[in-house]
Design a protein around this ligand. Structure first.
Ligand code: ATR
Length: 277
């Protein structure tokens, strides 16, 4: 920790390649905030003690990444509604009274990237969401808040998609599906599976893409287009985006929560994109 500065950090394991310290340093410079932000390797078998110790020593806030988001959910004194729905916490904030608030900014980060950065509307759209793990659960509430006409969750293991659809059914028209059942085009397809990590593709029928119309978003990012975005683009998707903007926007939401200032994400996203190349 750096003496005299407000302390922030990101807890993860592994954490070496995290882009969060760079993003928050750029946000702090841009907004004139005096703070420190470090990547912190939390032990796999002692996350709660590690996090408590960070805040006991004066830490003001932290991001939480793989594999600790569910443990952070269990740690806090108070949850935002979106974190409660997500079942996971990616942002911790210590109040003046010492209480820990848990928030989840992943979904709102995705929605800002889709609507503000890309200018895509979600209202009244037919949206297909691929996957039913933590990444998808984390974004469902903010997506449904934008009133899509229909949101279909498709997953390799159907039962997981069904469980999620039931859990969010009170928030909007959300359905579960197998990949093979999908025979109609969607307006927007969001890949929230981890398949791209292994260079793999969810086994989607080509009929989900209407050439020149369907827009695609992969929550993963890489220097080269992801396997999913290459597949969509080859089928004539109108536009394809990766998840680098979501990463920057979820960080901007956390920064806003901690510092009360919304940074301009555009130059930070441009800098990260340049570094990826
Ligand atoms: P995360 O926290 O990133 O969401 P996760 O909870 O392990 O990680 O979920 C991974 C998701 O990617 C799951 O929906 C998984 O499908 P299953 O529920 O059937 O396991 C999906 N997934 C991973 N590899 C995939 C592949 N090659 N094809 C299709 N789906 C895949």
């Amino acid at each position: 920790m750096v003496a005299g500065l407000d302390q922030y950090g990101v807890f993860g394991n592994p954490i070496g390649h995290s882009k969060s310290p760079l993003i928050h340093r750029l946000f702090a410079e841009q907004t004139g905030q005096t703070m420190s932000y470090e990547a912190l390797l939390a032990p796999l078998d002692g996350f709660a003690d590690f996090a408590r110790d960070f805040f006991a020593r004066g830490g003001r806030g932290a991001n939480v990444t793989v594999p600790f988001k569910e443990q952070a959910f269990a740690l806090v004194n108070q949850l935002s509604e979106r974190a409660e729905r997500a079942g996971a916490v990616n942002t911790l904030c210590r109040h003046a009274d010492g209480k820990l608030l848990g928030d989840n900014t992943d979904g709102v980060g995705l929605v800002r990237d889709l609507t503000v950065n890309a200018g895509w509307s979600l209202a009244d759209q037919r949206i297909l969401l691929l996957g039913a793990g933590g990444a998808v659960r984390g974004v469902l509430q903010p997506l449904l808040a934008h009133k899509p006409r229909e949101l279909v969750i498709a997953n390799r293991t159907l039962s997981k998609a069904e469980t999620l659809a039931q859990h969010f059914a009170d928030l909007g028209p959300v359905l579960a599906s197998e990949f093979a059942w999908l025979q109609q085009p969607f307006d927007l397809i969001i890949n929230g599976t981890s398949a791209s990590l292994a260079g793999e593709l969810p086994p989607l029928p080509a009929a989900v893409i209407k050439p020149g119309h369907t827009r695609c978003y992969d929550m993963m990012y890489s220097a080269e287009p992801t396997a999913f975005n290459r597949w969509a683009s080859d089928l004539g998707a109108a536009a394809c985006m990766d998840g680098l903007g979501m990463l920057v926007e979820q960080a901007a939401e956390a920064f806003l929560l901690w510092r009360g200032v919304r940074p301009d994400s555009a130059p930070v996203l441009a800098e990260l994109r340049a570094q990826l190349a």
